[in-house]
Design a protein around this ligand. Structure first.
Ligand SMILES: [Zn+2]
Length: 414
């Protein structure tokens, strides 16, 4: 029985000697071995740890030699086995969690001296080919190289499958829990499964040149919120992104070129880490008011259908404010938490898409809307010209929660 993972063997004497471990595992093949000899008829059980540098491996006696198992993070493919003699902690990581569970239960049996009811390995050196399972990077750029019968190595951190004619995301990819970078560019994918959000380490997702029409709310609310830094959705057919898209707070690099976007998500200013934004050749008529809050290094909005700012504002003020309007304003202003478990779902949607006044307060249905031009240099260091005329200005919408706010800031509308 074998297990592929990263291993670090830490001596418990190290801290006493004032030394520290490296904190980094090496790739290894763990084998559970049994050995019988004439002098000792009962089988002895060993854990054999082989690495690329040491293929013969190091043996550790298992029978009645385990002090403790640490398995709190076993679902993340991590566990530690503490041995009595020698006094070491064997830290396992980046393992396939179900293989790890199976392996550890066999180790537990060996420790108790029970007969292990699975094929145990012999004490032979591990072949170099076995370490190929540790591949961390795989690049496939043609249909004929795409693995149909073989699984992807579970240790992959970077997977690219481009020009493979994929119409959907291969479910086998979603089991690659170590994946940091997934490149599915130049395929025919129409829809993304929400389970992409289960790839907890995914930092880079490239979907350039596919047939996507949307990016789901479920994905926006998945663990991608904590991991995703780079997202390339260029050359798809996306018309709009959900308002929850702005909860992908770690995004630093977002490419939306060559889609059919008619608007940015209204809360785009919440993407506080965003540095590179390109949405060239879309159908944006104007920018949302929150666009002002961005702080970018690079911005490309070339080739959109920006409209001339309207001279007359749209006035939708209620007097007096409806009960809905004033309660919504109060909830948002006081940052009172809400959710569909407390209030109807449509009210949550209203609150999610509330407009921000220039005064920082919020409004739902009672507001004055004006458009003005903004120089894009005010939000980005490097700005690609928005048209062939050399312009770097674009129309932006502003909202005012009251006549007072409008009058006070009417200068900026001139
Ligand atoms: Zn206001």
């Amino acid at each position: 029985m074998k297990l592929h993972c990263e291993v670090e063997v830490i001596s418990r004497h190290l801290p006493a000697l004032g030394l520290r471990n490296r904190g980094k595992g090496v790739r290894a093949v763990l084998s559970l071995c049994q050995q019988t000899s004439r002098s000792q008829p009962s089988a002895r059980a060993f854990l054999l740890i082989s690495t690329l540098k040491d293929k013969r491996g190091t043996r550790y006696e298992l029978r009645e030699n385990i002090e403790q198992f640490f398995t709190k993070f076993i679902d993340e493919g991590k566990a530690t086995v503490r041995l009595k003699e020698p006094p070491v902690d064997i830290c396992l990581s980046k393992a396939n969690s179900s293989s790890l569970k199976g392996f550890l239960s066999a180790v537990r049996l060996a420790h108790r001296g029970c007969k292990v009811d699975i094929p145990v390995s012999t004490l032979t050196p591990v072949k170099t080919s076995e370490f190929e399972n540790f591949k961390t990077k795989m690049v496939i750029t043609s249909k004929k190289d795409y693995p149909l019968s073989k699984n992807f190595p579970y240790s992959l951190e970077h997977l690219q499958t481009s020009y493979c004619g994929l119409v959907r995301v291969d479910m086998r990819m979603l089991c690659l829990k170590n994946l940091r970078k997934l490149d599915l560019s130049h395929n025919h994918i129409k829809k993304l499964p929400a389970t992409i959000g289960d790839l907890i380490h995914l930092q880079e997702l490239n979907l350039n040149d596919n047939h996507l029409e949307s990016f789901s709310v479920a994905l926006c609310q998945s663990t991608l919120q904590k991991s995703l830094r780079t997202l390339d959705l260029s050359k798809n057919k996306i018309k709009a992104l959900p308002v929850q898209f702005c909860q992908l707070q770690e995004l630093t690099n977002l490419k939306l070129d060559d889609n059919e976007l008619i608007q940015f998500p209204c809360k785009i200013g919440q993407l506080i880490n965003l540095r590179f934004l390109s949405a060239a050749r879309n159908k944006l008529p104007f920018l949302p008011s929150e666009f002002r809050n961005l702080s970018l290094e690079y911005l490309d909005l070339f080739g959109n259908i920006f409209e001339q700012p309207k001279i007359l504002p749209v006035i939708k003020l209620q007097a007096p404010l409806t009960l809905l309007e004033s309660s919504a304003r109060t909830i948002l202003y006081n940052r009172i938490p809400y959710g569909s478990h407390i209030i109807p779902f449509h009210l949550c949607q209203d609150l999610d898409t509330a407009k921000t006044c220039v005064c920082g307060r919020f409004c739902l249905n009672s507001f004055i809307q004006g458009t003005t031009t903004m120089n894009l240099h005010s939000v980005a260091h490097t700005v690609v010209l928005v048209d062939n005329m050399g312009g770097t200005e674009a129309p932006i919408v502003s909202y005012f929660c009251s006549l007072g706010c409008y009058v006070n800031s009417s200068d900026m509308l001139k």
